[in-house]
Design a protein around this ligand. Sequence first.
Ligand SMILES: Nc1ncnc2c1ncn2[C@@H]1O[C@H](COP(=O)(O)OP(=O)(O)OP(=O)(O)O)[C@@H](O)[C@H]1O
Ligand SMILES: [Mg+2]
Length: 682
Amino acid sequence: MLPAQMVQMMDTSYDNDPLTQIRQSTYGNPAYTETAYTETIYSASTRTSYISEKSEKRYTPDIRLAIEEYKDEYPDGISFAWKSVGYTIFNSKTKKKQNIVTGCSGIVHPGEVMAIMGPSGAGKSTLLDILAGRKDQKMVSGQILLNGAPGEVKHVSQYVMQDDALMGVLTVRENIQFAADLCFPPYVAPAERSYRVQQIISEFGLDAVADNKIGTVFVRGVSGGEKRRASIASQIITLPKIIFLDEPTTGLDSAAAYNIIKSIVFMARRHKITVIASIHQPSTETYSLFDKLCLIGKGRTLYFGDRESATTYFEGLGHVCSPYSNPADHFLRLINPDFMLDKIEAEKTINSFINSYDQSKTKANTLSEIRSIAKSSVIHRFSSRQKNSYARGFVDQTYFLTARSFKNAMRNILMFWIRVAMYVCLAILMGITWWQVGFNQDNVQDRFAAHFFSIAFLAFMSVAGIPGFLEERLVVTRERANNFYSVGPYVLANTIISIPFVMIIAASFTAVAYPMIGLHSGFDHALIFYLYLFLALIVAESMVVFISAIIPIFVASLTLVAFANGFFMVVEGFFVRRDKIPKALKWAHYIDYQKWAFEGIIRNDFYGLDFNCEPIPGSSGKYHCLHGDLTGNSSTFTGKDVLDSYGYTEIQLVKWALALVGLTLAFRIGFYIVLRLKKITN
Ligand SMILES: Nc1ncnc2c1ncn2[C@@H]1O[C@H](COP(=O)(O)OP(=O)(O)OP(=O)(O)O)[C@@H](O)[C@H]1O
Ligand SMILES: [Mg+2]
């Protein structure tokens, strides 16, 4: 039996251990010997990851080494300790150093979940950031110990961000699958990745909604709590040894908050993960799920230890918590200066809690526990895999991103289908207005106008892509902070994916407008018109993402894109002839994509057409011509005469198209540079 089939066969209920199930399903099969089983499946202890036998044969020595490291790294989880940590900033107002967090110590073991609690501004987020290694090390003091030895916490942990940046049009499973595809190294086979996705969906209690969309303004999606769980699941899919969460329950009702913490506790126990979460006002039920409590006030530890012992500790200080009240509320009320009217008294109270804790047996026990683990530890060999390196290579990243963007665009009504409908409506309107434009000399101007509007209007409408892009950008920022992929593959995928959609838009417009207006007949002319429209739209699209990346605020980027398009129309050389454009704006004429596209399509249309002059009444055989032979002897003039008389003598279709390709590249490279320069923190 293939591992893939095996994986599909497996039940992923909470109670059954997947390893046991594989054992059961493989032992019964004579083709699957014990050796094959051991070779096929490895488990980094409770980190269950499965590697197919077939795929393992392909591994290069480097990858094999990586697998070994993956296997050996902390099989029993990490006891995470921090000793006298502090964070000092330089206050530019007072010109003095200011301690935000001072002398905090604590220890959390694998499978345990710790809550950091305290009033607003106490330093919860700061402490969490210090522990997660996210703060500038120059300002941090103290020690962080992994199984008793100093180590790089970022290599073994994941910081879960608060915002639920998930793709709204994708389902819960698709979002988590995407994270799995990018976060697992290539030697974890697709079937194994899907298995992990199913497993984490079950662990987070998301089975019932796994194939529901997250939700957008158009589609009602999963509930807030489910969304938050999906977001957390997608960020910890690789089961890091330590997980940090900053207020994972903020904005949710108490039942949803309870479910989230319950799932996290379940994950922690099952996979021996060490979890540290800052939390705001938990309900009694949620509070009782935590193993450890770290209460802080004014950046100092007021209590650190078992959650259960906290009540006794505060009782010892004379603050009895009534059996009917929520211990979390009780502690927060005790230490929150905002509840105290007399500020001097409040200061005294907090200081007394700080002193009591400093002299307490609880603190002494914690410190001795940290010391003992430090003594017993062996120096751990760290994985060479850097946290800021990616699990997947450039090609894989581009592939997964392109596949997701494709799905997103296909389903995102905002981003694409509304636009197609809009362009078709516009094409019909233009077709009616310019219906069979004709070949009289009066129609020359009409033709110019039809070409101008085809380009200008279509380009203008590309602003419709801004909301979709900005929505995607939020997700991309979060994913980049989580090291899912780098900028290059994202920009490439974004470019690749825009091509078929712009092709559809340009094709639907051309198919309707071109025959209705009655432009130059012949398939080749229609095709060139289409290609130019396509190129112009690709540049317009590239300009939209470039500008929206610089200013990711909807109203601002909308205004700026509209301004740029309006400006390009003015200097295009249609309203004002090229030689009349002020010298100071000539540069803009040459970087104006609308100019290159407009000139390309008028060259395509006018060359080869003949226009009728106006017969002069009363004269026999004399004509009034606006272009060409002005002596009155000719009854027609050519399209080339028209373009020559307007100074469009040098248009070359290939070169002009290349100019559009060049502008696309310029905007796309600009887009890449902007994203690279924008600081992403995690
Ligand atoms: N870089 C900094 N510069 C100046 N003050 C800072 C800086 N970092 C933190 N602080 C201050 O330190 C205190 C602790 O901030 P922190 O964000 O850790 O609080 P918190 O406990 O997470 O609060 P909340 O519950 O509101 O999220 C706050 O008063 C904050 O203004
Ligand atoms: Mg905070």
